[in-house]
Design a protein around this ligand. Structure first.
Ligand code: BGC
Length: 721
């Protein structure tokens, strides 16, 4: 088995959405969905751009898909050589995870297409395709290549004022509706055959058309170079896109591919986990690492990663807590610059968070639940559409999921622990922590002069129970945030003047004095037989099985939460909540506590979010439930190989890739199975290797040093590289 290769035989239109995700190529700047070159919008083609958002009419803001500048469509003797309408006799698709190369082979009987393509990891704006078509009969061939405007949009259209340019380089310039961002795509080709050539341009795009009589046995080769730029990158995006294409063509396909694969090799040197003992698991883990690595913002210093990566517009292309809790650890331990970029995004969007806090009448920083550019809140008040009434359902994620600010503070503190670097804290990170802590001071509504502070009307990670009081997860994360704010003084003990001036700049003197008071008074967890109550009153809810609740659904797409959801009045939860906290702050609990809570909550968890299984797996490792940890690992790691995960929340499409699971797979392998830890400047391992794995070996970067971790059933080692 080639554990670097995902392969699929056959074509089925109903799999197109999911295959587009599974076979995604991306480089952090853009994501190209894994659909064949000739796909029209019915097959969900998209080149999704990172960090470029638009709103059409009163619909949700979402990321913009560029015109499809890698469009190629051939016909032969009047037959369309298209998977969709050409009835292929055979079709296979592959994705090489090692080098991010998508390939396809489609046999139409009289003609056969073989192609491979990539989104360059070496040159962020470049995409390239090598397309070969061979013939088994004499006949007339037409080959069209160009920039198609027939693209998939969930809430579009987003692009207007198209200007098409034909010539040696084809180009499309357009502008987004809301913020008038200029966007340009260009394409040029290198053909190894002579043909009658013409240009076509209409409302579907601009195309180069090759017409030629071909003979039986003949093969034609075409290499296509495309580029995308926006005015956020360059003042003249069309010129930039054209010169990118021109330079790529001059260098040639092989040279461009070589630079791209070299870049991927470097990524694997820094991050590859070798898993021995189970080939299927090795493939799943590689897929996970591929998918997370390919959406990392390597081209930027202050960008984060959307919850569905760059696989489309789902979840509004927004940045969730997924970034800090699930993507951050792999990058912090393997490619710190990327982890830093995720955090700098939060530093630079601090004003957005302050604005949101003020909007709700609070002080400090209340980060957006679904953050877009500038920290703008993308989450609406109605985030789900009811499948029965087709009416939007009022959800409170935006208003009440206040743990988001503490999650960001948690990652900033982890950054310091893993890298030993204080410069990020000095360059705004400390300010973020202090402003998050201030938000909780003001959210406590001044009640902390009493003995006990209840944080009421919140939502924890389990979104099926909204507006609860004393969410254990939320309270403990707030406590950790306050603690991190206070710790800053020790971290900067050698720079008291700098720290004092920071407090002064933030006008923080009074708030500083209140931090310990609030930390001490936050309501302590309530326990029953060693099990912590997820929130006040949770134990009083109907205690029934997951199957019972599932059996009450009248539509498989029905939303389980909200006012009328089937889970709301029961103890069935959407995702890890108490257990997520125990996985994030393991030192705070004994193994006995971890075990009692795992045993209680796991059967009551739907794992209805791809963020869930990983947290349970981490705790399962700790308490020695290694078979369960293994199953949860496989569930986490396989998601973007097999195309799993929920596709609908009510009537809203939520499919795409799952970077949180991808990061979760790394976390289970490294932090769970190997037990990797960095505390007080010391790296350690504490292996919990399931019997299905014989060896794990992986590189780690910590405090600026490179290490290799090796774990087998015989023992473990950490060696400096
Ligand atoms: C989960 C959230 C998560 C979001 C994006 C939701 O379904 O409940 O915890 O942040 O998806 O992945």
């Amino acid at each position: 088995m080639n554990t670097w290769l995902l392969q699929k035989e056959g074509f089925d239109k109903k799999d197109a959405a999911s295959d587009g995700n599974r076979f995604l190529c991306a480089n952090g700047y853009m994501g190209l969905r894994g659909v064949p070159e000739e796909a029209g919008s019915a097959l969900f083609p998209a080149i999704t751009l990172a960090g470029v958002y638009d709103q059409f009419e009163d619909k949700w803001r979402e990321p913009v898909n560029a015109p499809n500048c890698l469009f190629i469509h051939a016909s032969f003797n009047g037959q369309s050589l298209s998977v969709e309408d050409g009835s292929p006799q055979a079709h296979s698709t592959a994705l090489d995870y090692r080098h991010g190369v998508y390939s396809r082979k489609t046999d139409f009987g009289a003609a056969c297409i073989v192609s491979r393509r990539f989104v360059s990891m070496a040159s962020p704006h470049l995409l390239a395709d090598e397309y070969q078509v061979s013939f088994r009969l004499d006949g007339e061939m037409t080959l069209e290549t160009g920039i198609s405007t027939d693209i998939w949009d969930i809430n579009g259209p987003h692009l207007f004022d198209y200007q098409l340019t034909a010539g040696e380089i084809l180009a499309v310039s357009c502008v987004t509706g809301q913020k008038k961002i200029n966007l340009a795509a260009a394409q040029c080709v290198q053909a190894d055959f002579e043909a009658e050539e013409s240009l076509r341009q209409d409302e579907t795009g601009v195309f180069r058309v090759f017409r030629r009589r071909v003979r039986k046995g003949e093969t034609l080769n075409l290499r296509v170079f495309s580029a995308v730029y926006t005015s956020l990158d360059e003042p003249a995006p069309a010129d930039a896109a054209k010169s990118c294409c021109r330079e790529a063509k001059a260098a040639g396909f092989s040279a461009c591919l070589q630079s791209h694969t070299d870049a991927w090799e470097k990524i694997w040197t820094l991050s590859e986990i070798t898993l021995e003992g189970n080939e299927e698991a090795a493939l799943f883990l590689r897929a996970s690492q591929y998918h997370l690595n390919c959406v990392a913002p390597r081209h930027a210093k202050n960008m984060s990663i959307p919850a569905r990566g760059l696989s489309g517009q789902t979840y509004k292309g927004a940045i969730f807590w997924d970034s800090e809790m699930f993507f951050f650890p792999m990058f912090a331990y393997t490619q710190p610059k990327i982890a830093e970029s995720l955090l700098r995004y939060r530093v630079e969007t601090l004003d957005g968070a302050r604005k949101k806090a003020a909007e709700y009448g609070y002080r400090g920083a209340f980060y957006a639940w679904e953050s877009q550019e500038g920290g703008e809140e993308g989450c609406t008040n109605f985030n789900v559409v009811d499948v029965f009434t087709h009416r939007p359902v009022r959800t409170y994620f935006r208003d009440k999921q206040i743990h988001i600010s503490a999650d960001i503070a948690y990652a900033l503190r982890s950054w310091y622990e893993i890298t030993g670097d204080r410069t990020l804290l000095q360059a705004g990170g400390a300010k973020v922590i202090l402003e998050c802590a201030r938000f909780y001071l003001s959210r406590a509504n001044g009640h902390f002069d009493s003995d006990r502070v209840d944080f009421a009307d919140v939502i924890g990670p389990d979104e099926y129970h909204e507006r609860v009081t004393n969410s254990f997860f939320t309270n403990e994360m707030i406590r950790h945030c306050l603690d991190s704010a206070l710790l800053l003084k020790d971290i900067f003990a050698d720079q008291p003047a700098w720290f004092a001036s920071l407090l002064k700049e933030l006008n923080y003197e009074q708030d500083w004095a209140l931090l310990p008071a609030l930390r001490e008074r936050i309501s302590p967890p309530r326990e029953r037989n060693g099990v912590i109550e997820q929130f006040d009153g949770y134990f009083g809810l109907e205690d029934c099985s997951l199957d019972t609740v599932r059996g009450r659904l009248r539509d498989p797409r029905e939303y389980w939460g909200g006012d009328h959801g089937v889970a709301g009045t029961t103890q069935i939860i959407k995702q890890a909540d108490v257990i997520a906290l125990m996985a994030l702050l393991p030192e705070r609990f004994t193994d006995r506590q971890a075990a009692a809570n795992w045993v209680y909550y796991e059967p009551r968890t739907e794992h209805g979010s791809s963020l869930s299984a990983c947290m349970y797996a981490l705790t399962a490792c700790r308490i020695g439930r290694l078979d369960e940890a293994w199953d949860l690992f496989m569930k986490t790691a396989q998601i973007d190989v097999l195309g799993g995960g929920k596709q609908w929340a009510g009537e809203i499409y939520i499919g795409g890739t799952h970077p949180a699971s991808n990061g979760g797979a790394w976390m289970i392998a490294a932090l769970g199975f190997a037990g990797l830890k960095m505390r007080a400047g010391k790296l350690s391992v504490d292996p919990h290797l399931p019997r299905q794995i014989t060896r794990l070996s992986f590189p780690v970067t910590a405090c600026g040093e490179r290490y290799r971790i090796d774990v087998t059933h015989e023992g473990a080692s950490i060696s400096r590289q």
